[in-house]
Write a protein of this length. Sequence first.
Lengths: 115, 115
Amino acid sequence: AQSVTQLGSHVSVSEGALVLLRCNYSSSVPPYLFWYVQYPNQGLQLLLKYTSAATLVKGINGFEAEFKKSETSFHLTKPSAHMSDAAEYFCAVSGRSGGYQKVTFGIGTKLQVIP
Amino acid sequence: ETGVTQSPTHLIKTRGQQVTLRCSSQSGHNTVSWYQQALGQGPQFIFQYYREEENGRGNFPPRFSGLQFPNYSSELNVNALELDDSALYLCASSDVSGGLWNEQFFGPGTRLTVL
C-alpha cells in the first residue's frame, strides 16, 4: 500500500527565509511523486513531479524537490519565501491499484509567511 | 485548452437530501477522479472513471455514486446526505494512457454544506 507522511501541519517562515516542507513516502514500487499547492477556496495546482528522470526536480514559482530513495523522502524547498507563497501544500504519490491510477495525498502543510 | 470546471461553486443541503455535482474534464483527458476534502484534511479518493466505467473506488459507501459521459464530463451523486458529507469536493482529470506519472488537473471544487 502506498502512503505519504507530511511532517508539520503548519510551518511559519519569515519573508526571504528558506522554505522546507517535508514529505516521506511509502510505496512498494518505484513511486511517482507530486507536490501540489492549494490557495484558499481554490483547487489544487501542480508545483512539480518526480518521474525518475532526475532526482532534483524544479517546479514553478522557484520551488524544487529532491527525491532521496534511501530516506524515502521528497522534501519541497524554496530558497527565499515570498508573501505569495502562503498557501497549503500537499505531497502525493501515484501508483497502480488494480486497474486504475491511485493517487494518495498527505494531510497537507499550511505555510505561513511572516513579513 | 480549457481547464477542469465544476458546478456549482457552493451548495447548501439538509440531511437526507440528494445532491449532484458536475465536472467538465480538460480537453483530451480520458479519466476523471473525485475527491472529498474535509476541512483541514488532504483530499480523500472517492472513485475514478475511465472511459465511462468506474475502475477504482476508495473507502466510501454506495450512496456515493458517479457517472462519466462520452464527452468525459462527469457527475458525482450523493444520496441520503449526512452532516459529515460537508466538504470541498474536487474533480480531477488526467490522461492515464501516457503513464502513471501524468499529473491530475484539478477543478476549483464544489463546497457542499449539509445542515
